[in-house]
Write a protein that binds this ligand. Structure first.
Ligand code: ADP
Ligand code: TPW
Ligand code: MG
Length: 585
């Protein structure tokens, strides 16, 4: 090649842009800085070039964990978390997390490479053949496919808007292999990209709806506020706190809303939950659905006479989804809009009347709650102070509670059954969006993906409290945690199994019972295999030292906390949902 033709080739190369680069540029243009994924055909070069272009490309050991990481990054940042996978099996591995994002109202985009359209559609047996777009639809908020490089900008813009606007959710974006290699004129390509303006537009509530909600609240004798993870997501922390404090209404945080106000706040009614739910007469839901986690707003939990009977409460529901109200029981005052705008509107309306025009709830209501809280807290303090051998959930969690109190900025990941339920009620959180857990499905397997995203997004220490079963679903990602040297301290509440380790095989055969694992497993050694710190802790003192060392050193740490294998209960706190329990009802 002579000099001239070399220059020509170069200038031609410079004046075109390919699909790989357009995807990367479109993401960057929209301030996306991190991709959670797993390489392979056809997206290996996309992962390489993303990294080369300054995007943080975090590789996982299984797409499901990358997907969970992306979903929770979306929750924490209000930007769609991006999960990138290969075709069919990689896509399906990521799909679970996409469904999880949609169910939990987290903004996420699953981008999967896919095989030759012509071959897939004629079902001629391509490498990793699958109609991924069709498969994704039932579990995605929206699903798109881009066939031409000049449409990449639009495809990514649509995916971002769909993920973030209104009720956030999971979006699938299908990128066939051929697309990446397509080249178009560089200037036209650049021009085709869209920076999404105002992807999550404010939704201002109607003034009459605001007034209706306030009127109902004002007439209440025993009002209660329930804060859900929508309230945490909305990042309207100061106004939510002002609303609670100005009205003086006691509140219950759902698990991922813990810390929105410090759990130690005097108006926090968590320690009197079983009293306030049936007793309240008006309940204001802020970003919380009346699903199974709130017993569908009826039944005995709410003071109803039978398992399906309405307890008599009137509900105000603040939610961005206009379809949420009346999904389980009548909502007397739906307030549709984004939580920031709705809470600000309530505060503004309250401020219009002299002196706020607001009378705080009666001392009778507050006093009864306070008394019960004090009693329960006292009882719990006694239980936590015990030091049984072997260690049980309480004596271990007493340590965790102290460590979290001393490190209120740490992110807190939690999954398991007993390991979840005990932790949720014992470990206080002090700041918003610190607690991330099994969410709406009560899903096992989010643990290590959440740890990676929490560390990457927040740049804070991460503390994860994991059931030994729960940990197993994503345990291999400890390699990922070590590889990226993340400040993650994993504590495994090791009771030798699912719920507890004591079940026996009724036949007397050599297989252990379905809920039982290898006894006395040393999960700490798994961490050591990748250069992290592994600790075997059999007493609260050993656990405390190990956790404090982890937080101080910021080294990836896994503590195998040996818990009495008889300590748990079947299904933790949701024993009643087992079909056998229903049969007894
Ligand atoms: P929890 O499990 O904590 O009770 P849910 O996931 O059931 O919470 O409910 C969250 C609710 O919050 C969903 O109904 C969702 O539509 C709503 N939501 C999410 N983000 C916002 C927002 N920015 N403004 C208003 N509502 C929101
Ligand atoms: C994806 C069912 C709920 S809780 C749990 C399982 C398997 C594990 C409980 O044991 P663990 O906790 O973690 O050791 P502990 O302290 O009670 O011993 N598959 C998925 N999600 C769920 N929820 C299950 C199975 C389940
Ligand atoms: Mg267990």
């Amino acid at each position: 090649m002579n000099d001239l033709s070399a220059t020509n080739a170069e200038s031609q190369a410079q004046s075109t842009i390919d699909g790989f680069q357009l995807v990367i540029d479109a993401l960057k243009l929209n301030d996306i800085d991190t991709i959670y994924g797993l390489p392979g055909i056809p997206i290996t070069d996309l992962t390489r070039r993303a990294q080369a272009s300054g995007l943080r490309m975090l590789s996982f050991r299984h797409e499901q964990n990358a997907g969970y990481a992306a979903s929770i990054a979306g929750f924490l940042t209000q930007k769609p978390g991006i999960c990138l996978t290969v075709s069919a099996p990689g896509f399906l591995n990521g799909l679970n997390a996409l469904a999880h994002a949609t169910v939990n109202c987290f903004p996420m985009i699953l981008i999967s490479g896919s095989s030759e359209r012509e071959v897939v559609d004629l079902q001629q047996g391509d490498y990793e053949e699958m109609d991924q777009l069709a498969v994704s639809k039932p579990v995605a908020k929206a699903a798109f496919r881009v066939l031409h490089a000049e449409d990449i900008g639009v495809g990514i813009a649509r995916a971002i808007r769909a993920a973030l606007s209104g009720r956030p959710g999971g979006v699938y974006l299908d990128l066939p292999a051929k697309l990446f290699a397509q080249s178009i004129d560089a200037a036209a390509g650049k021009n085709s990209l869209i920076k999404v303006v105002d992807p999550a537009p404010k939704q201002i509530p109607a003034p009459d709806a605001v007034k209706r909600a306030l009127d109902l609240l004002k007439g209440a004798k025993k009002p209660l506020i329930i804060l859900g993870k929508g309230a945490a997501y909305a990042q309207a922390d100061a106004d939510i706190r002002a609303l609670v404090e100005k009205t003086g209404i006691p509140y219950l945080p759902m698990s991922m809303a813990k810390g929105l106000l410090p759990d130690t706040h005097e108006l926090c009614a968590s320690a009197a939950r079983s009293y306030v739910l049936p007793e309240a007469d008006v309940v204001m839901l802020i970003g919380a659905r009346l699903n199974w986690l709130l017993s569908h707003g009826k039944g005995k939990t709410w003071g109803g006479k039978s398992s399906k009977a309405w307890g008599g409460q009137k509900f105000i529901q603040i939610d961005i989804s206009p379809q949420e109200a009346d999904s389980n029981v009548r909502i007397d005052a739906p307030l549709v809009g984004d939580i920031g705008s709705c809470v600000a509107a309530l505060l503004a309306e309250m401020g219009k009347t002299a002196g706020g025009g607001w009378t705080k709830p009666s001392t009778e209501w507050l006093g009864a709650i306070f008394e019960l809280k004090s009693k329960n807290v006292e009882k719990m303090t006694e239980t936590l102070a015990k030091n049984p051998s072997p260690m049980n959930f309480h004596s271990a969690l007493n340590v965790v509670r102290d460590v979290v109190k001393a490190n209120p900025d740490a992110m807190f990941v939690n999954e398991g059954a007993n390991a979840l339920d005990f932790t949720r009620s014992i470990v206080d959180l002090y700041k918003p969006r610190k607690r991330i857990d099994v969410g709406t499905w009560g899903i096992m397997g989010v643990g290590m993906g959440y740890c990676v995203a929490a560390a990457v997004v927040s740049k804070q220490q991460v503390i994860a409290i994991e059931g030994d079963s729960a940990f197993g679903f994503s345990g291999m990602e400890v390699e990922t945690i070590c590889r990226y040297n993340l400040p993650v301290c994993i504590v495994i509440m090791n009771n030798n199994g699912v719920y507890k380790g004591t079940d026996v095989n009724p036949t007397g055969g050599s297989d252990v019972a379905p809920t039982v694992f290898v006894k006395d497993a040393r999960y700490d050694k798994l961490m050591e295999a990748f250069g992290g710190v592994g600790v075997h802790a059999t007493t609260p003192a050993e656990l405390r030292k190990a956790m404090e060392d982890a937080v101080r050193s910021k080294k990836p740490t896994l503590i195998n906390a040996v818990i009495d294998e008889t300590a748990g209960t079947e299904s933790g706190r949701i024993t009643s949902l087992n079909p056998a329990a229903a049969k007894k009802k």
